[in-house]
Design a protein around this ligand. Structure first.
Ligand code: AMP
Length: 236
């Protein structure tokens, strides 16, 4: 299954992508995470992206298209993937179409996550993540604090990070980029019959339920080849 999560910064794309990927054994492909990793590694791509990301603008199409083209070739993407933060422009969407067509792959759905603008700034300004790379659990000062102050619920780590672009001022530029460059994709995918819109104002678990509902039940582990073979045998 190949899925796109579409929505403004702060809509909860990353949070939902992680959960859906876990349940459906898909890979989460976040261009934002990949660019941040490139910055941390000091690679040429990272050097090009750093200044743009700090201001809240969009990184050049050629760069992100190449990142995704390389990434979907990796064997772990064979079972499907969730695109979180890509495509963000019509040029990226057209490039993705071409990439998928060349590989005889199809998009299952594009899920538009709708959130009121005033909520977005609040959501983004309060978020932080566990700094342990193997964990990376996401939190929010008010909506999802750690159970024990200063300790990650998942791995027990005590170091946390906040994204430098998660502040009210940069957020305004990111929102402008969303409305100018990314929101035309809503019409683009609607016209292709792929768009599914959900109310992403609800709590994290309710939003996951809405997405699950529109995608249908994940294939249970037991419906693997063995179970199907067994069923076929007993039907003979
Ligand atoms: P995100 O983590 O998705 O909020 O992305 C953080 C930042 O990375 C964005 O504000 C952009 O500067 C950059 N970025 C991520 N994905 C893309 C993309 N598909 N196209 C252009 N820039 C991107």
């Amino acid at each position: 299954m190949i899925l796109i999560l579409l929505g403004p910064p702060g809509a909860g794309k990353g949070t939902q992508a992680k959960e859906i990927a876990r349940k459906r054994r898909l890979v989460q492909l976040s261009t934002g995470d990949m660019l941040r990793a490139a910055i941390a590694a000091g690679s040429p791509v990272g050097l090009q992206a750093k200044a743009v990301m700090a201001t809240g603008g969009l990184v050049a199409d050629e760069i992100v298209i190449q990142i995704i083209a390389d990434r979907i070739e990796q064997p772990d993407c064979a079972n499907g993937f969730i695109l979180d933060g890509f495509p963000r422009t019509l040029a990226q969407a057209a490039a993705l179409d071409a990439m998928l067509r060349a590989r005889k792959l199809e998009l299952a759905a594009v899920v538009e996550m709708k959130v009121d603008d005033e909520v977005l700034i609040d959501r983004v300004a309060g978020r932080f993540t566990c700094a342990n790379k193997a964990c990376g659990e996401g939190y929010h000062d008010r909506h999802k604090p750690t159970a024990k102050p200063g300790v990650c619920d998942v791995c027990g780590g005590t170091a946390f990070t906040r994204r430098p672009d998660d502040n009210a001022e940069t957020m305004r530029t990111r929102l402008t980029a969303y409305y100018k460059e990314t929101s035309p994709l809503i019409g683009y995918y609607f016209a292709k019959g792929l768009l599914q819109s959900i109310d992403a104002m609800a709590g994290i678990e309710d939003v996951t339920r809405s997405i699950d509902k529109l995608l249908g039940k994940p294939a249970a582990k037991a419906t693997s080849v063995r179970t199907v073979t067994k069923r076929a045998q007993s039907a003979r």
